[in-house]
Write a protein that binds this ligand. Structure first.
Ligand SMILES: Nc1ncnc2c1ncn2[C@@H]1O[C@H](COP(=O)(O)OP(=O)(O)OP(=O)(O)O)[C@@H](O)[C@H]1O
Ligand SMILES: O=P(O)(O)OC[C@H]1O[C@H](OP(=O)(O)OP(=O)(O)O)[C@H](O)[C@@H]1O
Ligand SMILES: O=C(O)c1cccnc1
Length: 435
């Protein structure tokens, strides 16, 4: 039973209240990827780093460094509990039992989050995680969830009991109005939606409220949550695909341009050695979607679906549909996971547009689990707007990691390496926009 949220925030403001309480409080795809890393790249070192894309919000201005340290240290003190490992071992995921090997579960038994490096520069935190990839990768989601929740707490710290009550009442009503629109959408035709909102959520219990509200509101249309702890507790499916870090690390490890060009497809080959069925979802945009699809081996078109993650959703989906058609596959049988900054408006528009043309599934993140805009009693929205924080792999075995994406705002890496990747992959900026 979820406690009264306003009372809880009020009552918990006087002592350390751990944000991450279990290592299962993370995205399911992290476990899928971790098993592959543990099996195929156990000795690779990869550094992850925090990157704040919202220039206007300086985290160190609103988050107390000591509190941040206490939260990060608490997360480092966690171990997987026996019952959690038994659940991971015995539960079926994507219709498959024993998706995790016994050796991997044994590895998890000894797992703890590796050390972190925290410093400050120009009013901003620098947070880095250096070490083995099979350890550092697990920081991404909890680190982001901690920072986002600390920021939300700092905004709520000065609010009184009734202001908090109104804040949550408004946020609940706001979410419910989205649920009502989804109900209409679900009555019109197929709808599949999943919570992807762990990393940028307002808080753990708020995320749970959102998931449970969605479940009551849309029923079967809620296919699950990417959050493993919520999935376990609520008896929901754990949902996951794969992330940019895989091609980013493989690319950084490439010894020459030819190997670099092949790296995104080597990732797919390795992934398909471990997983099949609905877990074969292409992530085409790491170094640009158009060139990825053009260069992709024909067998890639046999994968179950794709997750376009940086073009506007309809354009991204249309490009995939054209590609499957050109490769002689039926797009109507393919799964398209839309997950980049989805809002209720873009969900409605893309689901309606794509109905009957492909199987669409929505991964709903920030706009599900951290939308308090217009809910603050004094109207100071800026304090509750989630900053665009990411925690990305930045260095691999001493070499810089690069992400291009279809959206230049998401580029990562040193300028000269970005230029090299653009050349090697034949990156085509904005080609899709002119279509
Ligand atoms: N961040 C979190 N991660 C996992 N579980 C959580 C988290 N926050 C709350 N819970 C769980 O939700 C329930 C209600 O939480 P809450 O913290 O309000 O309980 P509590 O009795 O006040 O405990 P505490 O004083 O330790 O916070 C408890 O079962 C708690 O374990
Ligand atoms: O609804 P949202 O808040 O967008 O959450 C979901 C997004 O989060 C992840 O990427 P992340 O933003 O961490 O990195 P990226 O933007 O570089 O893909 C994921 O790839 C989704 O795009
Ligand atoms: O599994 C995924 O693809 C996923 C989950 C959460 C957030 N972003 C992506």
């Amino acid at each position: 039973m979820i406690p009264d949220l306003a009372s809880r925030v009020h009552d918990h403001s006087y002592r350390v209240d751990p944000i991450i309480r279990t290592l299962l409080d993370t995205d399911f795809y992290k476990f899928l990827m971790l098993q592959m890393i543990w099996k195929l790249k156990p000795d690779v070192h990869a550094t992850f780093g925090l990157h704040n894309r919202s220039g206007a919000v300086r985290l160190a201005d609103c988050i107390d460094e000591k509190e941040l340290t206490a939260q990060l240290d608490h997360a480092r003190s966690l171990r997987f509990q026996k019952n959690e490992l038994i659940w991971l071992a015995g539960n079926s995921f994507y219709g498959r039992t024993k998706i995790f090997e016994p050796g991997f579960l044994e590895y998890l038994g000894d797992f703890r989050l590796p050390p972190y490096q925290l410093s400050r520069r120009n009013g901003e935190f620098e947070l880095r995680f250096e070490g083995l990839w099979r350890e550092t990768t697990m920081w991404e989601v909890p680190a982001l969830a901690i920072l986002n929740e600390l920021r939300a707490r700092s905004a709520m710290f000065r609010m009184g009991r009734f202001e908090l009550d109104v804040l949550y009442a408004r946020a609940k009503a706001k979410l419910w109005s989205k649920v009502e629109r989804l109900r209409i959408l679900a009555r019109e035709g197929p709808l599949k939606i999943s919570d992807f909102g762990t990393r940028r959520r307002h808080g753990f219990l708020w995320q749970r409220w959102c998931i449970e509200a969605l479940r009551e509101g849309v029923g079967e249309a809620l296919i699950g949550t990417s959050n493993v702890k919520h999935a376990m507790d609520l008896g929901l499916e754990a949902i996951g695909t794969n992330a940019h870090e895989l091609p980013m690390v493989y690319a950084a490890l490439a010894e020459n341009d030819a190997a670099l060009r092949e790296a995104p497809f080597t990732v797919l080959e390795d992934w398909s050695r471990l997983y099949d069925g609905n877990l074969l979802v292409l992530l085409p945009d790491t170094f640009g979607t158009t060139n990825f699809l053009k260069a992709a081996p024909d067998w890639a078109a046999d994968w179950t679906g794709a997750r376009p993650d940086s073009k506007p959703p309809i354009e991204g989906a249309e490009e995939l549909i054209d590609w499957w058609k050109a490769r002689g596959r039926d797009p109507g049988q393919k799964l398209i996971v839309l997950s980049d900054g989805m809002t209720i408006d873009s969900i409605e528009a893309s689901v309606r547009h794509l109905r009957g043309r492909a199987q669409v599934s929505i991964g709903w993140g920030t706009n599900l689990t951290n939308d308090f805009a217009g809910c603050v009693p004094h109207g100071a929205d800026v304090d509750v707007m989630p900053p665009s924080l990411v925690c990305k792999v930045i260095e691999v075995e001493g070499r810089p990691a690069v992400k291009l994406s279809d959206n230049p705002a998401k580029f990562l890496g040193p300028k000269d390496e970005i230029a090299r990747y653009e050349r090697v992959f034949g990156y085509q900026p904005g080609v899709w926009r002119q279509a």
